[in-house]
Ligand binder design. Sequence first.
Ligand SMILES: C[S@@+](CC[C@H](N)C(=O)[O-])C[C@H]1O[C@@H](n2cnc3c(N)ncnc32)[C@H](O)[C@@H]1O
Length: 237
Amino acid sequence: MIDNDPSAGTGGFGEILVSSRSLHEYRAMFALTDDDLERRILDCPGGAAGFAAEVSRRGGDVTACDVAYFDGGIDRVAATAVAEADRGNRYVREHADAYRWTFFADPDEHHRARRESAEHFATHTRTSPHRYIPGRLPTLPFADNTFDLALSSHLLFSYADDLDYTFHHRSTIELARVATTEIRLFPLTPIGSSERYPQLDQLLADLSESGISSRIAEVDYEFQAGANEMLVCQVPR
Ligand SMILES: C[S@@+](CC[C@H](N)C(=O)[O-])C[C@H]1O[C@@H](n2cnc3c(N)ncnc32)[C@H](O)[C@@H]1O
């Protein structure tokens, strides 16, 4: 877990789970194809996800970026990743009715999968630390068009009570700046809700003003009840 600094322009929030979703979850959340996995991918926030590790093992090219990696934080994140998976699983058990038990059959399977993913992450940070770059949305430490595809899961929209509209707008524009063709954001439903982020229409309109076209796509993944949509933004070049 990390304490985010409200003065950094993120809208002012407390603890955010450093979670550890797997390649299997990323594929489902973002409807990723084998071709997608051959592109240069940014995963921001990367958290303690096993995604970069598992795609690297296939020969792919993923860079994970997260505010928690600052100040040598990558070792701390690696050391606490499994404990964070335990913390996330406790939350899920306490709120089991808020989840659909199809992707994971039950809380035990969720726990096993997230712990395994956290372990992949921790091992990979030791063998390939250059894949884990500290960064804080809405300002990323990458040149324009560094990546083909930027993925962002469980930060924007999820923490809508704590992250203001300006953060959402600026972060989306920033992800589009560093990705040549496309960004995908998941989910569109704040934690504790089963409705879309209330200012989504406003965001789509503002992105359109900047020349970024967006569409909402249903995906074949629903863990948090009601959260089965991603936002796909095409970046004009
Ligand atoms: C719930 S985790 C999601 C991690 C990963 N995408 C996954 O799905 O497993 C949220 C992450 O957002 C990171 N975070 C919070 N504020 C951030 C910011 N302003 N810029 C980049 N990362 C941030 C946290 O450190 C945490 O790792």
